[in-house]
Design a binder for this molecule. Structure first.
Ligand code: KG4
Ligand code: ZN
Length: 364
């Protein structure tokens, strides 16, 4: 039977963005984002310096109706024009996940539509496919507030984790170091702005795992060293220098570990097209993107990063993951659970439980 056009309402509520989007996917794989609405709760969490789960869940409940209605109006298709609903079912802050998932189930039930209960990480993994043709398989660096992983992505549901962080996620390191520099939440973008006027060579910082075998990451040593240096800073200009040094160190480690993974991946995929994709909030960082692009070029990999709006949390990526699943005939029952923890590659997580993805939740 020929594949049908999918027109999917996507819902994302796993952290501090309430998001809804309508995405159309054509049988050959062409993707059109018909609408994408994101309501950030940054203002509500900023006084606390991080995401407060109870505040997040309440804010999702209060805004999900209006955000979904706006996504539907912007898309101009009407509920009769939908072929399915996709909602993030985890991992993340479970109070928030439940809001979007329950809303998705209600739409599916009321309209007789199939439901896709989507893993948030699979959404990020496919986000580059929203705006560019990126055929499977590809090597993915997923870098967000809660995750830092290298994954071989062979298709929907087909992920093999090659490496992960042994302590903090890269976004978490950005956020915590930014906090010690007195920057507002979320720290990543603020630190990037401050780093622009800095000299990255003033402060030497530890380079964890440099040259070490494997594809894991570690940022806790850098975090501690940067916090100590931040405490001792007396001149304003030196704050920018430290921000620049931190950004260079994080981007450097991401590129070095990814480079090692690319070398191994290239050996396994000899004679095939080699592709590197970066996704997740930290992929919005220009220094990170530039270093990865350089490394990819040297290794003969093509390089794709999603447009900035699809790097951080959004519902278009959830709708696309749902569309790809529903196109394969995979739908989920209306009692699909909300899951605070849900590793993409269950086999790798079982083999190495201390490295379980999502252990600390989204944007830990
Ligand atoms: O993907 P995301 O929106 O949420 C999670 O699933 O975690 O990622 C958010 C993370 C935060 O830690 C934020 O500080 C970081 O991405 N981030 C950045 C930048 N923009 C967002 N980090 C560095 N530079 C940026 N420009
Ligand atoms: Zn995310």
């Amino acid at each position: 039977m020929p594949e049908a056009v999918q027109t999917i309402l996507g819902l994302e509520t796993s952290c501090d963005e309430t998001a809804a989007a309508v995405v159309r996917r054509w049988p050959a794989g062409r993707v059109e984002v018909l609408s994408s609405v994101i309501a950030s709760q940054i203002a509500e969490h900023a006084p606390y310096g991080g995401v407060v789960p109870e505040i997040a869940a309440r804010a999702h409940v209060e805004s999900i109706d209006a955000i979904a209605a706006r996504a539907m109006t912007d898309a101009g298709v009407g509920y009769d024009g939908l072929t399915g609903v996709a909602a993030t079912a985890g991992p993340g802050l479970v109070g928030g996940v439940m809001v979007g998932l329950a809303f998705g189930k209600a739409v599916a039930l009321a309209r007789g539509l199939p439901l896709a209960a989507v893993n948030h990480l699979e959404g990020h993994a496919l986000s580059a496919r929203l705006a560019a043709e990126v055929p499977y398989p590809f090597l993915l660096l997923l870098v967000s507030g809660g995750h830092c992983q290298l994954i071989e992505v062979s298709g929907p549901g087909a992920h093999r984790r090659l490496g992960t962080t042994i302590d903090d996620a890269a976004g978490e390191a950005f956020d915590k170091i930014a906090k010690s520099l007195g920057l507002p939440y979320p720290g990543g973008p603020a630190l990037e702005r401050l780093a622009k006027s800095g000299d990255a060579t003033r402060f030497p910082l530890p380079r964890a795992l440099l040259g070490r075998a494997g594809f894991d990451f570690s940022f806790s040593g850098l975090k501690t060293a940067a916090a100590r240096l931040a405490e001792a800073i007396t001149e304003d200009a030196h704050r920018a220098d430290l921000a620049a040094a931190v950004q260079t160190a994080i981007a450097g480690q991401l590129a070095e570990r990814t480079d090692r993974a690319m070398a191994a991946y290239a050996r396994e995929h000899e004679g095939r097209d080699l592709r590197l994709v970066v996704a997740g909030g930290v992929a919005a960082n220009a220094c990170v993107r530039a270093k990865l692009e350089d490394a990819a070029q040297t290794r003969g990999f093509s390089f794709t990063a999603p447009p900035l709006t699809y790097c951080t949390d959004n519902a278009a990526m959830i709708a696309l993951a749902g569309a790809e699943r529903l196109a394969l005939g995979w739908s989920d029952p209306l009692d699909a659970p909300a899951r605070p923890r849900w590793p993409l590659d269950a086999a790798a997580a079982l083999a190495n439980p201390t490295h379980v993805a999502g252990r600390k939740g989204a944007k830990a």
